[in-house]
Design a protein around this ligand. Structure first.
Ligand SMILES: NC(=O)c1ccc[n+]([C@@H]2O[C@H](COP(=O)([O-])OP(=O)(O)OC[C@H]3O[C@@H](n4cnc5c(N)ncnc54)[C@H](O)[C@@H]3O)[C@@H](O)[C@H]2O)c1
Length: 430
């Protein structure tokens, strides 16, 4: 199969690499020349465990190539995956589909033989219909089929998620396109991935409904944790107790700083926007968004209480700033709200993140990246464990801080209450 992947970001790159590893000839296209030059030279633009090795292996085999030439690649392929970004429009909840339609217009020009055109990007329900309409205004319907095949991988575990998916959702009413996709995914189906064929609109909505559900689950336990704090209950006991019920399940039921990342915030908003368009109330999702947007104020108030109202000139250390471990993705990370707020009040912020320095904080004078955990923590007043990278799980805080009075605020509840108490460390958590 000749596969073309358009958009070589987190989803496109992982999809392209994995399909090539499964024996297909894949060309990944992007309009970002630097990215394509780097990839062609074996330099991986994102942090994703295992990706580096897999890219190199498949480039060596000749099955994986990178290009900026969309026209040529489209002409030579029979399967085209669209994996470009679908962020929210500026100051709006609706999905910005400019990247999608710019790519589609380019595909139309190069439609020389039958191609399956697949949106793997997360797109609002009925986007496939609009793509189909646009193409059919210029080309014979026999030349193409538009399919929705949303992606469910998680950054940080993307390769495993892609190679061993819970489900593969394919939205199409075309038997021809369905057969092609079923063949492409056959190795993953044989490994136990459930292949579900639906209507194109259903597939589009399954993705949004899934993300909004998971965002709601996280927000639910976060709100329960607010109550736990008031009534002296350990939220960890509550989430473990709840999660043991198989109807509920333990995943995405851990209290923390609120959901972030490149998907949940934008997708919950876009789903709400779709509901508004169709005059339907999604009040649960609306509450989820409101609650999550407010979460940083609760954490901020707690920081103020820990530091007894004195934030100015205090050294505050952030361990981890990405929205979750094993990724360098900063999009909508809770740290992007917390750090500027503390910085504004005069705190000296020092942060360490295993994925490196972040351009998002470049303009903030007193926000400094340290390349060692010990440097970030040295003589600090408060350590905020923001992201649960494994590197942070077994730290000797007394030794690395090397100062009498300091506190630890654990936003992921990874440390042992007992150990912290035994070590007489002023320890706070969710
Ligand atoms: N990141 C995730 O964990 C994840 C998971 C599931 C689904 N998704 C969805 O997948 C889509 C892509 O997400 P992402 O995180 O990979 O985005 P990304 O921003 O990392 O990558 C998008 C890529 O598309 C490229 N691009 C934009 N316009 C282009 C054009 N006209 N021609 C060629 N390349 C172009 C950009 O340069 C960029 O490299 C989104 O719809 C997202 O919601 C993301």
């Amino acid at each position: 199969m000749k596969v073309c992947i358009i958009g070589t970001g987190y989803v496109g790159l992982v999809t392209g690499v994995c399909f090539s590893d499964l024996g297909n000839n894949v060309i990944c296209v992007d309009n970002n020349k630097t990215k394509i030059n780097d990839l062609s030279a074996g330099k991986i633009p994102i942090y994703e465990p295992g990706l580096d090795e897999l890219v190199k292996k498949n480039c060596r085999s000749g099955r994986l190539k990178f290009s900026t030439d969309l026209s040529k690649t489209v002409k030579n392929s029979n399967i085209i995956f669209i994996c470009v970004g679908t962020p929210n429009k500026k100051n709006s909840y609706s999905a910005d589909l400019n990247q999608i339609f710019s790519v589609v217009r380019n595909i139309v020009k190069n439609l020389n033989k039958f191609k399956v055109i697949i949106t793997k990007s997360t797109v609002p329900v009925s986007t496939g219909d609009k793509i189909e309409k646009l193409i059919s205004q210029r080309k014979n319907k026999k030349l193409f089929s538009v399919v929705s095949n949303p992606e469910f991988l998680r950054e940080g575990e993307a390769i495993r998620d892609f190679m061993f998916p819970d489900r593969i959702i394919v939205g199409t009413d075309s038997s021809r396109a369905n057969t092609i996709l079923k063949n492409l995914y056959d190795p993953l189906i044989k490994r136990g991935g459930k292949y579900l064929r639906t209507s194109r609109r259903s597939a589009e909505l399954i993705k949004y409904a899934s993300n909004a559900f998971l965002a709601t689950k996280i927000t639910y336990i976060n709100e329960i944790s607010n109550l736990c704090e008031k009534v002296g209950v350990n939220v960890e006991d509550v989430s473990i107790g709840m999660g043991l019920d198989q109807r509920i399940g333990s995943r995405f039921l851990r209290a923390g700083p609120g959901y972030g990342g490149s998907c949940f915030p934008k997708d919950t908003r876009a789903l709400l926007n779709t509901a508004k368009k169709y005059k339907t109330s999604l009040s649960i999702i609306s509450s989820t968004i409101r609650s999550n947007d407010k979460r940083h104020t609760i954490l901020f108030d707690k920081v103020k209480r820990i530091l007894k109202g004195k934030i100015s000139k205090k050294k505050i250390t952030f361990l981890g700033v990405t929205f979750k471990p094993n990724t360098d993705d900063m999009r909508e990370s809770p740290a992007l709200k917390l750090i500027p707020k503390l910085h504004k009040l005069g705190a000296n912020i020092h942060y360490f993140d295993p994925s490196g320095i972040k351009s998002e904080f470049k303009k903030l004078k007193n926000v400094n990246f340290e390349n060692k955990i010990s440097l970030a923590c040295k003589k600090t007043d408060l350590i905020i464990l923001h992201t649960e990278w494994n590197e942070f799980r077994n730290l000797n805080f007394k030794k690395i801080v090397n100062k009498k009075n300091f506190s630890v605020y654990d936003l992921r509840n990874i440390y042992s209450l007992k150990k912290m108490k035994d070590n007489k460390i002023s320890y706070f958590r969710i």
